[in-house]
Design a protein around this ligand. Sequence first.
Ligand code: SF4
Length: 308
Amino acid sequence: MNRISYKPGYISLHRSGELRKRGEVLWEMLKECRLCPRECRVDRIAGETGTCKATSKLRVASFSPHFGEERPLVGVGGSGTIFLSHCNLGCVFCQNWDISHKGAGTECKIEDMAAMMLQLQEQGCSNINVVTPTHFSPHVILALDLAVSQGLRIPLVYNTSGWERKEILEILDGIVDIYLADFKYMDKLHAATYSNDAADYPDVTRSALIEMNRQVGVARPEKNGIIYKGLMIRHLVMPNNVSGSMAAMEWIAGHLPLETYVNIMIQYRPAYRAHLYPEIDGYVSRDFYKEVVTGARILGLTNLDVDT
Ligand code: SF4
């Protein structure tokens, strides 16, 4: 399969008018915002803000071909990342804290985002990779609709914390080609402590991963090494096993196909406010990382992306 022969699902949804309709459904939710599990119910169109601090005005921190993502997303031309400002989860160890916590970025119109998508395609990117899209999902879908009308046809990667409401994911069904989802914690207390009281992160994210898998299935690279569709999970191993790594692998092996793509990441470094929490103010030992990888293999997971 090559870029020309893969046809993202959003194209037929655009032709039928369904893509725009779904964008408008999401937009309506801004009036009493329930776009994420926080369900702040603020009127973002009137300029109110909830936990994520985003109004209805789109903010983009940057957009460019990115070569640091998973290899099957990068290809030759890079992954076409669009970094959205603000974040609904708000982890204390965030490496992009200036964008997520401080809202660094520039106010844009939906038309501007559509133009970014088209430019990234023009530059030869393998996909459009919207990073931290949850609180701006209406804008992403409406921009996508506009960009498709002008020729966009590369896969949409929804690069999320994993903490997604099922109701919203159902609206995205058929639109998103690749879910690139974090699976950060298995323990409610850890989730609440390090991610702004999001104690329901483990439960909500487990349901979300099941729904994402139902929609897009297993992510398998095609002959050219590129992934065009599927669920890709990122699990960041954290110091003192704060992310419950083995429990996370056991859950994946027990509830999702054994071929599920799992990137087991070792690159944790204490950023932002992590220094205030001694248990995460450090690095992950390579021995522990290897234990997690070996454990995942013993569980039968076959589609692992690991740091060798
Ligand atoms: S997207 Fe923002 S305002 Fe909306 S529910 Fe989530 S945190 Fe609250």
